[in-house]
Design a protein. Structure first.
Length: 415
């Protein structure tokens, strides 16, 4: 009965997405990307004779989380081909040409017939689901075919349906997995409390990924010249709600401070509005002709994408956006460069933010006044918070190797 209701909800969602695609570009991409998915996958796999390792990511963030494991898997098991699927266009459209996977497609919606046909065509020898992805029909189909299934970088909270008295059907999803590697001890205890014991505390593979990104950072001469050896605040993934807090603070702050602002999305009208509200001289990255002429500017606004992770290397402080809305963006990219972190109040679902707040390296703020209070204090001496944030990333790397230990045991047991 509950499986029927689940399937019905998936079909209703699929129908609603088709309607939404008439009006919304992102929904349109999701629908178009799944058109004739059988033909697409058959064409991609037409000449393949190698065993397939299937990695599934909901979106771009989960892809980045899974990337170290995909790369480690390819290095250790080169005989396999890697199939990468995405649920969301925000992952697929950005990474559809990722060289680390052999086949990249949208995941068809989780109906019994789609799951049966998808698994029949792809015949994965092993399947990985990253963080939050739990699809009933796919998991059941893989289990019926005795395909090993691994979830990694998973994290669980008491308020999730798996742990409710009425969550029996959803608990069955978790029993399909051969192994679940989780981020924290609380997740281990929650899973054990419902009889899920094939669990390993491995940590979060995002730490390995941000360390890779930091090690491969690019020099950005414009940013280096703009900094001009002065204290620098990097604002990453800023939304309007973040700027509503930052702009009044920056207008009041009377100490030497350079600011780089990277919007979450590039909208010219929004950027121009911010420019009129910010104090002092400001310039867009695209307007820079000669980096040596930047000393007189106080604010540099980034009007391109793909640069943020390297920009953090120039900062003494970082403000990360999103936590005045649905959720905080990636703070680990900033933390790895050893600096105090600031963000809005909606951070509770992000374990790394909770940890860094508790440790004294990250500081949630509710308005301009609270940001100004804590920033002025840290401006005088950021060294303690800086050391804590950097050490936190260093101490938490290594989750990828723990995942690969389970992979090794799983593949050996299947051979």
């Amino acid at each position: 009965m509950l499986s029927t209701l689940y399937t019905t909800s998936i079909r209703l969602y699929q129908a609603a997405l088709r309607v939404a695609s008439l009006f919304h570009p992102k929904a349109r991409l999701a629908v178009q990307g799944r058109t004739d998915w059988v033909g697409q996958i058959n064409a991609k796999l037409a000449d393949n004779t190698a065993p397939i390792a299937w990695f599934h990511a909901a979106s771009l963030g989960e892809f980045e989380q899974g990337r170290p494991v995909m790369e480690a898997f390819r290095a250790q098991y080169p005989v396999y081909k890697i199939l990468l699927t995405f649920f969301s266009p925000s992952g697929y459209e950005v990474r559809k040409n990722y060289a680390g996977a052999d086949f990249i497609v949208y995941l068809p919606f989780d109906t019994p017939e789609n799951a049966r046909q998808f698994v029949e065509i792809t015949q994965p020898a092993i399947a990985f689901f990253i963080k939050y992805e739990f699809w009933y029909h796919y998991l059941r189909e893989l289990k019926n075919r005795h395909t090993p299934i691994i979830s990694f970088s998973a994290i669980f909270r008491p308020d999730q349906i798996f742990f409710k008295p009425y969550g029996g059907f959803y608990r069955s999803f978790l029993r399909f997995f051969d192994h679940i590697l989780v981020q924290n001890r609380a997740s281990v205890e929650l899973l054990n409390s419902i009889g899920i014991t094939r669990v390993t505390l491995a940590g979060d593979t995002r730490f390995d990924r941000v360390q890779q990104v930091a090690d491969a950072r690019k020099d950005i001469p414009v940013a280096r010249a703009f900094k001009d050896e002065k204290p620098l605040l990097v604002v990453g993934s800023a939304w309007q709600a973040d700027m509503d807090v930052l702009i009044p603070f920056l207008n009041r702050f009377d100490r030497a401070l350079k600011v780089i602002i990277a919007p979450h999305e590039i909208h010219d009208d929004e950027i121009e509005r911010w420019r009129t509200q910010l104090p002092g001289h400001n310039i867009r990255f695209s307007e820079v002709t000669t980096p040596t002429d930047l000393a007189s500017f106080q604010h540099l606004i980034i009007d391109n994408v793909g640069m943020l992770s390297s920009l953090y290397q120039y900062g003494e402080f970082a403000y990360v956006g999103g936590a005045f809305g649905k959720g905080l963006h990636n703070i680990l990219e900033a933390a790895t460069f050893r600096m105090p972190l600031f963000f809005g109040p909606n951070y509770g679902k992000f374990q790394e933010a909770v940890d860094l707040v508790k440790a004294g390296a990250a500081f949630p703020v509710t308005d301009s006044a609270s940001l100004e209070t804590v920033f002025r204090r840290l401006y005088e001496d950021p060294s303690k918070a800086s050391a804590i944030s950097g050490d936190y990333v260093t101490l938490n790397t290594g989750a990828t190797s723990k995942v690969m230990e389970i992979v090794k045991d799983t593949i050996v047991s299947q051979s």
